[in-house]
Design a protein around this ligand. Structure first.
Ligand code: HEM
Length: 217
């Protein structure tokens, strides 16, 4: 990778880490520093909120390091250990997110959160499997997808802060909440798919020319 591209990558990762820390602080403040929002008892949500947030910590602070080319090259063992912590943390946090999403009081958000959780879990496990099989092209692609969904923590709250500009056309408050919930993962995932899978395929004429479809003349 050349120098300007490296610099852009560092700036982008640093920005994501800072945004994650800021929105994590806001999420913790919202849920854990107001007793009435934490759920009625230990097993009725309190433990699950707490475990979800705790398991997601290595995701927030470990993931940006995993994309640094220098760290991967000079300290592959560190990359491997952070990676293992990421997979355990993200898998646990995603599983709990599925439960929290299925039982959230906001009906319009339920399906969206459950799907995000399932995809987040699938992308994380697929990335891990690809790394074990030493298929590093697939490993990189699935890690980018997994981290993109982990960052729903950020995308959702950025969209909340700018909702008057982004969702001005949705007047009904409940409909606006549901639209934001869906947009917070569908839009970033589409952008990432465009970048890592669709654009490279369009650029390589080969993939269009090779192998005619079965049954075509
Ligand atoms: C690294 C990423 C993440 C971190 C650090 C994180 C952290 C947190 C924290 C601190 C809370 C409590 C604050 C609140 O309820 O708003 C929370 C709640 C929640 N998170 Fe996450 N989260 C992450 C990613 C995700 C993802 C990707 C999903 C979706 C699959 C998700 C689903 C949920 C749900 C459903 C709740 C409960 C919301 C409610 O009951 O209203 N989280 N998360």
């Amino acid at each position: 990778m050349n120098r300007p591209r490296n610099l852009l990558l560092y700036i982008w990762l640093a920005a994501l880490a800072m945004l994650s820390a800021y929105y994590l602080y806001r999420a913790v403040d919202y849920r854990f520093l107001h007793a009435d929002r934490l759920g009625p008892s230990l097993f009725n949500k309190q433990l699950w909120y707490f475990s979800h947030a705790l398991l997601a910590l290595p995701v927030v602070f470990g993931a940006p390091l995993q994309f640094l080319p220098k760290l991967r090259q000079s300290a592959p063992r560190v990359h491997r250990w952070i990676g293992r912590t990421y997979v355990i943390g993200a898998s646990g946090a995603a599983t709990l997110a599925i439960y929290l999403g299925a039982t959230t009081e906001y009906e319009g958000s339920r399906l969206s959160i459950v799907l995000t959780g399932m995809l987040w879990l699938f992308f994380t496990l697929a990335a891990w499997k690809a790394a074990v099989a030493r298929n590093f092209v697939a490993h990189r692609a699935f890690m980018i997808r997994s981290y993109t969904l982990a960052l729903v923590l950020v995308w959702l709250r950025v969209m909340y802060d700018f909702q008057d500009q982004l969702f001005f056309y949705v007047q009904d408050e409940e409909l606006r909440d549901a639209t934001r919930e869906w947009a917070s993962w569908v839009v970033p995932l589409l952008v990432v798919e465009f970048w890592i899978s669709w654009l490279p395929q369009v650029k390589s004429n080969k993939s269009f020319k090779s192998k005619p479809l079965r049954g075509s003349t």
